[in-house]
Design a protein around this ligand. Structure first.
Ligand code: NAI
Length: 308
């Protein structure tokens, strides 16, 4: 199986590294616009192969999409990341043009491709790919919920003083500081609701820290994070490559699910060899549903800035 990763920057390279380390693909092609950058990252990563024990072949190209031909999955990470104090939504001006152009090149060379959208503002970029690629909707998946849920579990484990493997939880709705919806009502510690362990102050702490998880790292790093985003993408690519039918929250085009249509928002879905095998409908409390609807309203406003 061949995977293309467009954007050989922080997230793209981390994603390629995790995919190679798990050794479930035959080939990863890195593409970047910066002369020699993807080739350099690919060579550096290939020189870890004998050290880390993988056989995945990683190659790089400066914008030659013929090298991506026949990709089963393509990951779009190209574009600019945010700087401290910026919102993801502020990136739309530059990133929309990049994502549109990259999508055209990918589909031209791999008409059967499944696209995972990472570039921000991700829900809006996923929507743009739906509107411009001509691909069926089960083949376009936005990455946000997998990462946000990992950050939720990190904060849950911290507040519970428990090992991360003991906790489970999911984040849905928008991949934005305000529109993220960590589902505390459904989070568990070894099957027991976490609300039985955490007082109101700790519950509020977990929710707030999860929502600003990306911004906290951007402040510390001076740019946005890459290890957890790369790992989250690799989990999604593996679910497709190995037909795992794994439930992962992803930003998907909705058609009535959770009361929304013609919008990409984070919902739980079964991910397998066809991309989105199905969307899972879970019951939300009235408060959660109201927050989901509010998040949709905000994303719809950002989508309104797109020019096709
Ligand atoms: P980066 O700046 O390290 O890498 C981006 C790369 O894209 C650069 O190497 C750049 O040369 C390349 N690029 C720009 N235009 C291109 C084009 N037309 N074709 C090919 N390559 C092109 O940025 P980083 O940190 O890797 O972030 C990438 C994107 O992912 C940002 O928009 C960021 O906000 C987003 N992101 C999304 C996350 C999510 O959960 N959805 C998590 C983390 C980052």
């Amino acid at each position: 199986m061949k995977v293309t990763v467009v954007g050989a920057g922080a997230v793209g390279a981390s994603c390629a590294e995790y995919i190679a380390m798990k050794d479930f693909c035959s080939e990863v092609v890195l593409v970047d616009i910066k002369e020699g950058f993807a080739e350099g990252k690919a060579m550096d990563l290939m020189q870890t192969a004998s050290l880390n024990g993988f056989d995945t072949k990683i190659t790089g190209t400066t914008g030659d999409y013929s090298k991506t031909a026949g990709s089963h999955v393509a990951v779009i990470t190209s574009g600019i990341p945010r700087k401290p104090g910026m919102t993801r939504e502020e990136l739309i001006g530059i990133n929309a043009g990049i994502v549109k152009e990259v999508t055209e090149n990918l589909v031209k060379n791999s008409p059967e491709v499944i696209i995972i959208v990472v570039s921000n503002p991700m829900d809006t970029m996923a929507y743009l790919v739906h509107k411009t690629s001509g691909l069926p909707k089960h083949k376009i998946i936005g990455m946000g919920g997998a990462l946000d849920s990992a950050r939720f579990k990190y904060r849950l484990a911290e507040a519970l003083e428990a090992p991360i493997s003991d906790v489970d939880g999911m984040v849905i709705a928008a991949h934005s500081d305000t529109g993220m919806l960590p589902l505390l009502s459904k989070a568990t510690r070894n099957g027991v609701p976490v609300t039985e362990f955490l007082d109101d102050a700790k519950q509020k702490y977990v929710i707030e820290e999860t929502k600003v998880g990306g911004a906290t790292l951007t402040k510390l790093l001076g740019t946005s994070a890459w290890y957890a985003p790369g790992a989250a993408v690799s989990v999604m690519v593996q679910a497709i490559a190995c037909d795992q039918k794994k439930m992962i929250p992803c930003s998907l085009m909705l058609d009535g699910e959770y009361g929304e249509s013609d919008i990409c928002l984070g919902v739980p879905a079964i991910i397998g060899k066809n991309g989105v095998e199905s969307i899972v409908t879970i019951s939300l409390t009235d408060e959660e549903q109201a927050k989901f609807t509010e998040a949709a309203k905000a994303v719809r406003e950002v989508n309104g800035d797109l020019k096709f």
